[in-house]
Ligand binder design. Sequence first.
Ligand code: TEU
Length: 533
Amino acid sequence: MRRAPGGRAGRPPRPAGAARSAWWRDAVFYQIYVRSFADSDGDGVGDLEGIRGKLGYLELLGVDALWLTPFYPSPMADHGYDVADPRGVDPMFGTLGDFDVLLTEAHKRGIKVTIDLVPNHTSNLHPWFKSAMAASPGSPERERYIFRDGLGTRGETPPNNWVSAFGGPAWTRVPDGQWYLHLFAPQQPDLNWTNHEIHADLEKTLRFWLDHGVDGFRIDVAHGMAKPPGLPDMDPRVTAQGSGEFYDPRFDNDRVHEIHQMIRKVLDEYPEAMAVGEIWVSDEERLARYLRPDELHLAFNFRLVMTHFDADALRLAIDRSLTVPAATGAPATWTLSNHDVHRQVSRYGGGAPGVRRARAMALVELALPGTVYLYNGEELGLGDVDLPPEALADPRVKTAGAAFGRDAARVPIPWEGTLPPFGFSRTPHTWLPMPGDWAELTVEAQLEDEESTLSLYRRALDLRKQHSAFRGEEIEWYGAPAGCFAFRRTGGGLVCALNTSASPITLPPGEILLSSVPLTGRKLPPDAAAWLV
Ligand code: TEU
């Protein structure tokens, strides 16, 4: 491979209030799906005390910050994304005291803690929704949500044609004949963001957790919330989760930016705090709007999640993603998976090839400039789990009948031992069953094994943090054989080479820092990546 001219992203303008040194600009975040991380009390469901007990592991792994999925009081119709009280802790996960202890101990180890914020909807068992159900049409109680009369002579047809992101109509009818909107499960009624009370309550929630000491938020459905006046029909060609191509008034309404401005105003009173938005939009230009200086600090970019293991496609995804930092000055925000998508090992073909490619992609992702979000279990090379139908718990499958259930990527983490529950819990009756063949994938089995995926992640995270080659926010591409790429961080000089072709390739010049598979000489085999300086 040779260094080729061109392909350099321009120097980004820097937004006010986002100092170059801000801790989150190049942080590695680690997403903990709280239900599935570690269970301290033997009920088969992970909890806050379980996480506290694993802080040593997280320190050893070398992550900078955590993102905890919702642990607030919830009837768990969507496993906590249906929040009944945004300023409390569900007894299933512990107490507010447990949360404070976790926070303090994480901070002592130099690990930041960020939490999930769910502003688009509440649980149907939130006191507000219960009182809305008890009140009559047109009442202030109903004004906190989106209640409408139906169409047709008897109001028997939903107010518009919107579908829920989980599939099926986005409207449910209540006994007095009105309908309420839910972009997700029927147990997740959408809030009415034109109502000032909703803003005031979110502000209260933000301050509540910031005053407890959290370092930031991951904002759920950050492109939702605002709905256009009149709730016009969506283009029927739009898929449940949005396609980007056709008119979809459910998401990414321009008025959503006022809500992000409000959130940012509060966060700016806590200078170290940050927010990342979960934003599924059609293109980078739409994404960049959320990163204006008075809005979000970071916005998830899901291009790597959506791209198959192919060097050309991946290079294009990276280039497109890098237009966002170039236009906004916010760092790129990379992720390969989360609790909503197939695990990368499975996306890349599963089995040994899937693991091999996932290891290569970990090096690609961790070589790129910006922020990285890891999802718990990826450092162990876990793949999706084929669960029996009776075990499925995802509302997408249970209430909306979707083909893909997200449970496959949410199976509890294997810590130690040779049989389920692999140290995750004291009970074998974990909330999702754990596969019997994970003995070689446990943290215990991988920790001392130099060749393990866990060891690869640990070395990669350590180098990323310590080595000066990772400096700078721009990359340039080398010329490379078909099916391969190599880029160089122009600031520090790190080179990352990826081979998605079927034949070995010769590595570019430089000292080899790390490789996703053992190398013989200067050849990079198929399905592998290497770092050089
Ligand atoms: O996901 C929002 C979202 O856009 C999802 O519908 C996503 O497109 C889908 O799950 C991909 O398969 C967030 C949370 O991450 C998810 O777990 C929640 O179920 C959802 O919001 C509702 O709160």
